[in-house]
Design a protein around this ligand. Structure first.
Ligand SMILES: C[S@@+](CC[C@H](N)C(=O)[O-])C[C@H]1O[C@@H](n2cnc3c(N)ncnc32)[C@H](O)[C@@H]1O
Length: 259
């Protein structure tokens, strides 16, 4: 039998539309019912505000959004810093993010039922300077030294979607300025579809002992970063008009203390 590599789901039109709606959709387009807690909306703006809390505006600050998908966090970061780099492995997502940067808007097809879809237009708020944001295809597990050094780094719902989460986290110390802050956000949904089990940071049992992802992250980042705070941030992704994913990511904010 031929060994066929499964297609990357983040290169498909279905997930492109799902992520455009998740990132930029209004509440009425994402969840057209009255019974839903408010806290599940505006996930990306919430992550960015947790990362940027208390940050003094500096004209030289640089932010990196690793696994940016179609770019909402990157645009939100542009409210705070003059340069933002959004990086993702999916060229389909990055191409779309570049179109949104250029036009400030785009059409999205939202799944209603089966093949039935409705088109909406999503728009970037006027008060965001899109010129501050750049998008690039890149691998989160092997960042290029040419990217430079950053003051704020965001990894949102990424570490359980990469092949090598240990490399992804352990290289961060090489890309930060003194006192830089890093926010690692994840629901820890480990799956062999994305990460070989031997590379899971946690979520497994060995010799009857549970291994937790949060403790593994502490072990990886702890020598170079101080944990400032940990909190839960909920999110809601619409699959179609009657089916949704409700996730609760753990968000941990870290400050660089040196190598
Ligand atoms: C679950 S999505 C989260 C996207 C976005 N951060 C958000 O919160 O909406 C995971 C993202 O990670 C990207 N990704 C997966 N592996 C990657 C890698 N090795 N390098 C860069 N991006 C990667 C995928 O293309 C996808 O956009």
């Amino acid at each position: 039998m031929k060994n066929v590599t499964p297609p990357n789901p983040y290169e498909t039109k279905d997930l492109l539309d799902q992520y455009l709606l998740f990132h930029y959709g209004e509440k009425k387009d994402i969840f057209p019912y009255s019974f839903c807690p408010e806290e599940v909306f505006n996930f990306h703006a919430r992550c960015v505000s947790e990362l940027m809390e208390g940050c003094a505006k500096k004209s030289s600050s640089r932010a990196l959004d690793i696994g940016c998908a179609v770019g909402r966090c990157s645009f939100e970061l542009a409210r705070y810093v003059p340069y933002v780099l959004g990086l993702d492995m999916s060229s389909r997502f990055i191409d779309q993010a570049k179109v949104i940067k250029e036009k400030g808007a785009c059409r999205v097809s939202c799944k209603v039922e089966g093949d039935i879809c409705e088109e909406i237009e999503i728009v970037i708020p006027d008060d965001i300077d899109r010129g501050r944001v750049e998008f690039q295809v890149g691998d989160a597990c092997c960042l290029s030294p040419g990217l430079g050094i950053f003051d704020r780094i965001l990894l949102v719902n990424l570490i359980d979607r990469v092949k090598d989460p240990l490399s992804c986290l352990s290289q961060l110390k090489n890309f930060v300025n003194p006192k830089a802050r890093v926010l690692v956000v994840s629901p820890y949904t480990w799956s062999e579809e994305f990460t070989p089990k031997s590379s899971w940071l946690g979520g497994f049992v060995q010799n009857e002992k549970p291994f937790w992802t949060s403790a593994a992250i502490e072990h990886i980042l702890g020598p170079n970063f101080i944990r400032i705070k940990t909190l839960n941030i909920p999110f809601l992704i619409r699959e179609h008009a009657r089916k949704f994913q409700l996730g609760i990511s753990e968000a941990a904010l870290w400050e660089f203390k040196g190598n």
